[in-house]
Ligand binder design. Structure first.
Ligand code: ZN
Length: 404
């Protein structure tokens, strides 16, 4: 059973949205010019280290033919990141930053200079958010519709799950956070040996508390993957976040361990290499939620070019790691964390290539104190408060970075 991205806009062609083709990319010494045959909506640039690359996403454009690399640029590649966004990748011969980037007055070209820097400087710059650029307003194509692609499961007997309602301020410009209550339905998750409390009930209560606090902040919109006791396969959970074009995905869980003394929260972000054996075991257990349904969803395949996916996923993983550190910092007053709180593991639920995702193990349901805390209204409010603070700082930072 494979999840293939199916681009609906290709079927429901909307000619008004797609405008320019990338006509030419000219590299002259350290000067780079990207030319368009018509108006485009905007562009953004990001740096990716190891190997060092510059990726340009051009909104409202179609990819064209790439020239040979020269000078600082070893190779040029292009592809369609989604139906309305072309991605140009410059593989660098030596680390270099993008400087003096701007659109021409007629909006028909984007030029910038490559400024060589040290590897350290490049690596530091690669952690910064992307640089956003817009053509002059009179020469700007209408931005593509925000929701231009939908991931449709192929070969799944039932229809894709319905999208949940987006709650909070009715302002589509506000960031959207999708909160995922782990487990549900016939999958109870871990069960407390003391009280018999089930993870699926605790995660749902926590997700609701987090939603309420986030909405009360007025700064973000929120959707829950489930708001009742239902079963969702893992791909449906992050699939909901992707289909809603969420800016952040938080999957809420409560861990279990044989050692009932084990306690404290931890935050996991995606890595193909788990940070330790325990993390690998936990990932195996959480990923099993899919096998319960009798369907092996482990085999991942994608029609998206592996190169483009890799670039996007690295960037997404960086943002997720930043948020994980922030969550630990901001929630530490309210929630007890384990000593190594930020961990890496290969969780299926974190595998959306384009949505920064964290798995928040809020504590050990197998520990009497943790279970009591997580099952209490007061504990749930504390967890929610920590998440809200981290979410606020996270998006405030992103807005500040773009405004620079
Ligand atoms: Zn769980």
């Amino acid at each position: 059973m494979l999840l293939l991205p199916l681009f609906l806009s290709a079927l429901l062609a909307t000619p008004a949205v797609l405008a320019g083709n990338i006509g030419a990319i000219e590299i002259d010494g350290s000067d780079v010019t990207v030319r368009f045959d018509d108006l485009v909506a905007g562009a953004s640039a990001l740096l990716l280290a190891g190997p060092d690359r510059i990726a340009l996403d051009i909104s409202g454009a179609q990819a064209g033919r790439s020239p040979q690399g020269t000078g600082l640029v070893r190779t040029v590649r292009q592809g369609q990141r989604d139906p309305a966004t072309a991605r140009v990748v410059l593989d660098l011969d030596r680390p270099a930053l993008v400087s003096d980037a701007r659109f021409a007055a007629d909006g028909r070209s984007l030029s910038f200079r490559l400024a060589p820097v040290s590897s350290d400087e490049f690596a530091r710059a690669a952690r910064a958010p992307r640089l956003e650029l817009q053509p002059p307003v009179r020469f700007r194509a209408k931005p593509p519709e925000k929701r231009y692609s939908v991931t449709v499961p192929i070969g799944r007997p039932k229809a894709a799950v319905a999208l949940p309602a987006i709650q909070g301020p009715n302002n589509p410009r506000l960031p959207l956070v999708v909160v995922d209550a782990g487990h549900g339905g016939h999958d109870p998750g871990a069960i407390s040996p003391h009280s018999g409390k089930r993870e699926k009930d605790i995660t749902l209560a926590l997700a609701r508390a987090i939603r309420d606090d986030l909405i009360a902040s007025g700064r973000v919109r929120v959707a829950l993957t489930r708001s009742d006791d239902r079963y969702l396969v893992l791909e449906e959970r992050y699939g909901i976040a992707r289909r809603l074009k969420a800016d952040l995905f938080i999957s809420v869980h409560a861990d279990a361990a044989e050692n009932q003394q084990a306690s404290g929260a931890s935050i996991y972000t995606l890595s193909e290499v788990a940070s330790d054996r325990e993390a690998a075991r936990l990932a195996a257990r959480e990923n099993k939620a899919n096998v319960i349904n009798g369907v092996d969803l482990g085999a991942h395949s994608s029609e998206v070019s592996a190169i483009l996916l890799d670039l996007t996923q690295r960037e997404t993983m960086n943002v997720a790691s930043d948020f994980a550190r922030l969550l630990q910092r901001e929630a530490a007053d309210e929630v007890k964390f384990r000593s190594t709180a930020h961990r890496f593991a290969s969780f299926i639920v974190l595998k959306a290539p384009d949505t920064p995702s964290v798995l928040f193990e809020t504590g050990f349901i197998s520990n009497e104190g943790d279970a009591e805390f997580l099952a209490s209204t007061d504990g749930q409010k504390k967890v929610a408060r920590g998440v809200r603070q981290a979410v606020q700082v996270h998006f405030a930072r992103q807005i500040a970075a773009v405004a620079q």
